[in-house]
Design a protein around this ligand. Structure first.
Ligand code: ADP
Ligand code: MG
Length: 696
């Protein structure tokens, strides 16, 4: 399929719209339609309606006042109308000679002075009437509608639309789209004039149904192929010895695993023991206890003689993991290395050497762990915490760490060459079911659906910033009772400096209001060592109130903290608020979360901000929060950086097309088996080269 031969500026404009292949053009659907299929009598036209009339010119004149304009008086036998043009060519005045007949399309305005159309589109009355509605496409400067219409129609007609939804015999009675793809596309570009515009708008028309089914099938197919590709890769079989590290670690833990933790540990254990790489997402609400699951997976890998790396999105979070893992594993003889962007060069050099030699069997760090200089001796398992905060490129970089570099390869012979590592991703943002079935269909998912015992529900209050004093009073009481408090200030995207001013001001204010109570400030611009010191003091209880920007957004674990105040809560996303709230309620004390909001001067909070705050007050269930977030914000939030690679759905809407999703999910593996060529053509047509990204 070659693109339409277009003059170069046009082609550039097309490229700007992402229209390169015939398939792209064909799938570039109209924004709306215009009806040029019939002529309306002026007498029958309604005020404000866009109509096509056929009229004869009585007079055409340029008048200089009140503003220079071309005024054309026309009539069509049933009525009269004035056409006004503020921009016109001198030739137009001549063209609209008295007695000439025109097709005029425009919005008719009825007024005391008579009927008027501003800047109507004029065509010769000899042109034939359109047989179908006229499409109006999304376009860019330099790409006229008329040209785009022709190019798109040509592309649709030139393309091979042979059916790729070929169904196996046993599948014949299942539901299927009723309209062929070619017919569907021709219809959507040029619908018959009698179509229900509502069915086009709400996408319930069979032509739309066909496109949705096609698109969802393409998505399912590419995910199946990605999954199959992985099934052909080899990974080390990681099985712990009886009485080995995992068992020892379990014995050392100060608590027993919940049933949910036991279940997911077993699921992960099965994957690790297989000769194909694990590709599993561990989802569990904030505080569900994912870290210990990760530690047990790492223990399996290390017990089998392989290295393990754990990557976290922020230094504070990585550090928390590091401490916890050191405390749990070093007494068992495991050497843990630490890698971060801010560490001293000498320390890093030392760490790199320990990792390369295999002396360190567990590596914990930030993105620094995927840097080029990092060479593993024998990496068997990679764990990514808060996986949605990382991009495709970072996951690919981590994957490239598995095979030893070629020059080391020759000396090898321990059988680790060409083996892929196992991958465990973790997230506290549960993926709603429809997304799990679509965008994440290539992943295995384990869910921690149970919190460890002893958690106390967090009472959530939405409070106006005008009642700040009461909140400060509440803090005083908590601190007097020996509890600790978080106060989170929002990150202001446009200005880190402003962000800081805000946090600094709040810190000063709280210091003044709560003298001698130990109020400290933590923000992203502080040197790493200073941040660490503050966190350490807060962890041991030397600081009572921690004012911070969003640096503590994930992972901080201080069970004695019982109050979380979030300033300008209206500026946070729902899942962020939920994560922040998860920092309290981890101990035995009754805990609370105060969402301080301030409406814009003289106004009310926006609708979606109000919905977010309401959701927070109404539920504490991470899955329910995720579902509402999906309603409020769409799938982007969940897909995170993944969306930069994997194409988002353009036609299907998971909220209403669940039935087609189920259909595609069931058909995809059958199609791959029954008609692999058709499956390949289907993916090619719909995805071009984009399905590559699914490998990450
Ligand atoms: P998250 O899933 O948010 O990463 P963490 O792994 O940080 O949660 O666990 C939260 C807290 O719960 C930690 O203090 C952890 O030690 C504790 N914890 C984990 N599992 C259990 C359990 N089975 N019983 C009691 N406490 C647990
Ligand atoms: Mg965690």
């Amino acid at each position: 399929m070659s693109p339409a031969p277009a003059p170069s500026p046009m082609r550039k404009a097309l490229e700007r719209l992402g229209l390169v292949r015939d398939a792209d053009l064909s799938l570039h659907l109209p924004l709306r339609y215009e009806d040029e299929t019939h002529i309306v009598r002026l007498a029958d036209a309604r005020d404000g309606e866009e109509v096509l009339i056929e009229a004869t010119v009585r007079t055409a004149q340029v008048t200089p006042r009140p503003r220079r304009q071309l005024v054309v008086h026309v009539h069509d036998g049933s009525g009269e109308c004035v056409l006004r043009f503020f921009h016109f060519y001198p030739t137009q005045e001549k063209a609209f000679a008295p007695g000439t007949c025109w097709r005029v399309r425009g919005v008719l305005k009825r007024g005391f002075g008579g009927d008027v159309m501003l800047h109507p589109v004029m065509r010769s009355a000899r042109t034939e009437l359109a047989q179908t509605l006229t499409p109006v496409y999304p376009t860019v400067a330099g790409l006229p509608q008329s040209w785009l219409r022709k190019a798109i129609l040509a592309a649709v007609e030139r393309s091979d639309w042979s059916d790729t939804i070929v169904v196996p015999d046993a599948w014949q009675h299942a539901p299927a789209p009723v309209l062929g793809l070619r017919e569907a596309l021709l219809f959507l570009h040029h619908p018959a004039p009698d179509v229900s515009l509502a069915a086009l708008e709400d996408r319930s028309h069979p032509a739309w149904q066909r496109l949705k089914a096609e698109e969802l099938l393409a998505q399912q197919l590419s995910q199946w192929i990605a999954r199959r590709g992985r099934a052909q890769q080899r990974a080390p079989k990681l099985v712990a010895r009886a009485g080995g590290l995992p068992e020892q670690l379990l014995r050392r833990l100060p608590f027993a695993l919940t049933a949910a933790q036991q279940r997911v540990v077993a699921e992960i254990g099965n994957d690790l023991a297989a000769a194909t790489p694990m590709h599993r997402l561990l989802q569990g609400d904030v505080g569900a206890g994912k870290t210990v699951v990760a530690a047990l997976a790492a223990a399996v890998a290390m017990d089998a003689g392989w290295q393990c790396v754990l990557m976290a999105p922020t230094e504070i979070l990585a550090e928390q993991h590091f401490r916890k893992l050191v405390a749990w594993l070093e007494p068992l003889g495991v050497s843990v290395a630490w890698l971060t962007g801010s560490q001293r060069k000498s320390e890093r050099t030392l760490m790199l050497a320990r990792i390369a030699s295999g002396e360190a069997s567990l590596v914990v760090g930030t993105q620094a762990v995927i840097q080029q200089q990092v060479r593993f001796h024998r990496l068997g398992l990679a764990i990514i915490d808060e996986q949605h905060r990382f991009g495709v490129a970072q996951r690919l970089a981590l994957r490239s760490k598995s095979s030893p570099a070629p020059e080391e390869d020759s000396s090898g012979g321990d059988g680790s060459e060409g083996l892929e590592q196992h991958l465990l991703m973790m997230s506290a943002t549960p993926i709603p079911r429809t997304l799990a079935m679509s965008y994440y269909a290539d992943l295995d998912v384990s869910t921690l659906d149970e919190l460890p015992p002893g958690r106390t529900p967090v009472v959530t209050r939405v409070v106006s910033d005008q009642r700040r004093d009461e909140v400060v009073e509440r803090i005083r009481q908590q601190v007097a009772a020996g509890r600790q408090v978080y106060w989170v200030c929002p990150l202001i995207e446009e200005s880190e400096a402003l962000d800081l001013t805000n946090a600094t001001a709040t810190h000063a204010q709280l210091c003044a209001a709560l003298p001698d109570m130990g109020v400290a400030l933590l923000h992203s611009r502080m040197p790493a060592a200073e941040k660490r010191a503050v966190m350490e003091q807060f962890t041991v209880g030397a600081i009572a109130v921690l004012v911070s920007t969003t640096v503590i957004e994930v992972g901080v674990d201080v069970p004695n903290a019982s109050l979380m105040v979030i300033e300008h809560a209206e500026r946070f996303g729902l899942s962020q608020l939920h994560q922040l709230r998860g920092r309290v309620g981890r101990g035995a004390a009754a805990s609370a979360c105060v969402l301080l909001y301030s409406a814009p001067a003289g106004g009310r909070l926006g609708e979606s901000a109000r919905e977010r705050l309401r959701a927070m007050a109404e539920t504490q269930d991470g899955f329910e929060i995720a579902r509402r977030d999906l309603d409020i914000r769409g799938p982007g939030e969940f897909l995170g950086a993944r969306q930069s690679g994997a194409p988002l759905l353009r036609f299907a809407d998971l909220a209403v097309d669940g039935a087609w999703l189920e259909w595609a999910r069931a058909l995809a593996p059958r199609l791959l088996e029954y008609a692999p060529d058709a499956a390949q053509r289907h993916i090619q047509r719909w995805m071009g080269g984009k399905s590559e990204f699914l490998k990450a």
